[in-house]
Design a protein around this ligand. Structure first.
Ligand code: HEC
Ligand code: HEC
Length: 398
């Protein structure tokens, strides 16, 4: 390039930047840097699970995650719904295991950074979460006594190398659980307390092994991250450069459209719960979100205050200080990460929307919530602006 043409090119860029269309302010640059994957802090140690970073525990957890033997009918594993080649979800509006559930399977990348689990946050650790689908009659439909026997028969040596000796299970009924069928409940209630405690400990350790595996599921670097890195260093991004439409979408996302108030940080989530006015699905039982989860997490014997936590109770700040009531909890759901979202429709806690166009149209209109109060306000976005937001979201999945 001659000196003159280079000068002209620079001049043209300056003119474009002068219009404020393609250039970013310092405040915008700071926000963009805060969203880049490089800003993701390393995973904190989970002192409530002393096996969280033990490789042998993660290896056993991985085996269990993919093992259909871990179910009542021998046909369902975690990976039936959390598919490894589909961002650990299943592309369905509502998950199907042994039965049909009423919520959408959540993708798992980076999930170990969160304090609460499920759309309503009814579990307070990754290891306590893993125990719920194992006994849920619509998901894996097993029971903890059967799982303890199964672990002993199939993985006894691997288990004992990690967690120490398995208890004597010879007098433990084949099927028993405080959450099971009436017969299983009766069998559970007839067990001596020490025996029930021993089975619960094996069950908790199953969760701890699976959680150790899940900690390794990290979100991949995307085109947005390469763009953000280039922007931060001032180097012109080559193939990763954003089109004017993608730039407009990014500016809306962190500006006028307010998306970044909830979809914040390198995972594009504040890990909190919000009512965004997403409509319920007809013919499903009422779903009130966070407000009904508070009592459930408090009642969970595997919660942070319970007997199966490792380490000190000082790790239980989230549970101790959780907001227990208030109108803002009604129909509030966990803010999902937007990384990879563009390639895993449908969307929302019960798969209410089948495309990103529908999602963005919802935010633009911001209908009132059927119950409680939506936190989002109408944006009145133009067709061009809505398309730009969708174009930007796609850069988080390329
Ligand atoms: C039948 C399908 C199905 C099976 C089997 C299943 N899950 Fe899920 N998973 C879901 C659904 C649906 C949700 C959301 C449920 C809700 O919010 O009520 C979910 C939520 C989760 C979450 C919460 C993610 C977050 O961001 O809060 C984790 C973690 C998880 N599952 C891990 C597992 C593990 C581990 C197993 C096996 C022990 C498993 N799941 C088995 C469908 C399934
Ligand atoms: C008040 C907080 C808040 C704001 C503001 C917000 N979101 Fe959300 N977003 C959420 C919550 C909560 C959900 C899940 C709601 C549900 O399942 O009912 C969600 C879901 C989504 C989903 C679906 C992801 C999935 O995996 O299901 C997309 C996409 C999305 N938001 C994009 C945006 C965009 C774009 C904007 C700005 C126009 C925005 N959000 C503004 C909190 C918010």
């Amino acid at each position: 390039m001659s000196r003159l043409s280079r000068l002209l090119a620079l001049l043209a860029m300056a003119v474009l930047a002068g219009c404020g269309k393609l250039a970013f302010s310092d405040a915008e640059k700071n926000t963009i840097a805060s969203l880049a994957l490089s800003a993701l802090p390393p995973l904190k140690t989970d002192t409530t699970n002393r096996y969280a970073d033990v490789p042998a525990a993660a290896a056993l957890g991985s085996t269990l995650f993919f093992d259909t033997g871990m179910s009542g009918d021998g046909l369902v594993s975690c990976s039936t719904c959390h598919k490894i080649d589909r961002q650990f979800q299943d592309d369905l509006p509502r998950a199907v295991g042994v039965g049909r559930t009423n919520r959408r399977t959540m993708p798992l990348a980076g999930v170990a950074h969160d304090p609460w689990f499920f759309w309503d946050g009814r579990r307070d650790s990754l290891w306590a979460q893993a125990l719920a689908p194992l006994e849920n009659p619509l998901e894996q439909a097993g029971n903890r006594a059967a799982y303890a026997h199964y672990i002993k028969a199939r993985f006894g040596e691997r288990y004992e190398r990690i967690f120490g000796p398995l208890p004597d299970l010879s007098d433990v009924p084949a099927n028993a659980s405080p959450l099971g069928s009436d017969v299983q409940k009766a069998a559970w209630n007839a067990m001596p307390a020490a025996q029930a405690e021993a089975v619960n400990r094996v069950f908790a350790n199953i969760g701890k092994a699976i959680a150790a595996f899940e900690r390794s599921i990290a979100p991949p670097r995307t085109r947005f991250d390469r763009f953000a890195a280039a922007l931060a260093t001032g180097i012109q991004p080559g193939d990763d450069a954003f089109s004017p439409e993608e730039i407009l979408g990014l500016k809306l996302f962190i500006g006028k459209a307010n998306c970044v108030t909830c979809h914040t940080g390198p995972r594009f989530t504040d890990s909190g719960f919000h009512n965004t006015g997403v409509p319920p699905v007809a013919n499903l039982p009422p779903d009130r979100g966070r407000v009904d989860a508070v009592a459930q997490v408090e009642a969970d014997p595997f919660n942070c205050f319970g007997a199966f936590r490792d380490g000190e109770a000082s790790a239980c700040g989230e549970l101790r200080f959780m907001v227990k009531s208030g109108p803002e909890l009604v129909r509030a759901y966990k803010t999902p990460s937007l990384r990879g979202a563009a390639t895993r429709a449908p969307y929302m806690h019960a798969g209410q929307f089948s495309s990103l166009d529908e999602v963005v149209a919802h935010y633009s209109k911001a209908p009132a919530s059927v119950e409680g109060t939506s936190e989002v306000h109408p944006l009145q976005l133009s067709d061009r602006e809505r398309a730009a937001l969708v174009a930007f979201l796609k850069t988080l999945a390329e």
